[in-house]
Design a protein around this ligand. Structure first.
Ligand SMILES: C[S@@+](CC[C@H](N)C(=O)[O-])C[C@H]1O[C@@H](n2cnc3c(N)ncnc32)[C@H](O)[C@@H]1O
Ligand SMILES: O=c1cc(-c2ccc(O)c(O)c2)oc2c(O)c(O)ccc12
Length: 236
């Protein structure tokens, strides 16, 4: 599946042609078949734009390999593009804990994960993420036990998740936050953004980016892939 006419709309590059060039020449030719299949299975979903963009997925796959990620956590699963991507890039005895209150969307992608032979690596938890993280932190054994975390749930809670993930992820581990440039609205004056959710998440994203930039525990890169990702590496 090429990008013509179906460029993910939650992207930042202002030149559509340039983004299509990246996808067509560098991303889709290397995208694993099960991921293409999952994208196709999601394409007709009214919330298809939720799916992690394949260019973000490609960098994520490389980072998972670079840190030899074996135990990972994901908040915000939807139909499971980033989840399947993770499962494909960790070893056979690796585990990804995936948290989302929406089981229905997950079930669209799960058969594809089974067919791809990675379902045994997936531990889906049908719940809101925050209480699950708090529960994990009740057991000291879980501190510093995750190699990698992908954050793609409710944007207004990102700072709450950050505080917890910085304890759950090991020193040297990676946390990726998706949508941290929120369609480019972070750079717009507040009154240029429609009132409601969009403005709320713009403000949450601005606040989140500011706080994380000031967090000396993390090395960061705010990279303009997809809808903007904040990559954090826990330093201590
Ligand atoms: C943008 S989608 C995730 C996309 C997914 N990473 C992918 O690659 O397709 C956001 C998801 O966050 C979930 N979500 C919303 N609030 C949540 C919460 N409090 N805890 C966990 N997940 C939540 C929604 O149900 C939705 O499926
Ligand atoms: O419009 C969006 C909305 C959301 C979203 C996620 C979790 C929530 O709890 C929620 O209330 C909204 O997430 C997005 C996303 O992750 C994208 O990549 C692109 C667009 C959106």
């Amino acid at each position: 599946m090429g990008s013509k006419g179906m460029t993910p709309n939650a992207v930042l590059l202002q030149s559509k042609g340039l983004y299509e060039y990246i996808l067509d020449t560098a991303v889709y030719p290397r995208e694993a078949e099960p991921l293409k299949e999952l994208r196709n299975a999601t394409a007709s979903h009214p919330l298809a734009f939720f799916g992690t963009t394949p260019d973000v997925g490609q960098l994520m796959g490389m980072l998972l390999k670079l840190v030899n990620a074996k135990k990972t956590i994901e908040l915000g699963v939807f139909t499971g593009y980033s989840l399947l991507l993770t499962a494909l890039n960790i070893p056979n005895d690796g585990r990804v804990m995936a948290i989302d209150p929406d089981r229905e969307a997950f079930e669209i992608g799960f058969p594809i994960m089974q067919k791809a032979g990675v379902a045994h690596k997936i531990d889906f938890i049908e719940a809101e993420a925050l209480p699950v993280l708090d529960k994990l932190l009740e057991d000291k054994e879980n501190e510093g036990s995750f190699d990698f975390a992908f954050m793609d749930a409710d944007k207004n809670n990102y700072l709450n998740y950050h505080e917890r993930l910085m304890k759950l992820v090991k020193v040297g581990g990676i946390i990726i936050y998706d949508n941290t440039l929120w369609g480019g609205t972070v750079a717009l004056p507040e009154n240029a953004v429609p009132e409601g959710g969009k403005r709320l998440w713009r403000n949450s994203s601005i606040e989140f980016n500011r706080k994380v930039v000031g967090d000396q525990r993390a090395e960061i890169s705010l990279a303009p892939l997809g809808d903007g990702i904040m990559i954090c590496r826990r330093m201590f």
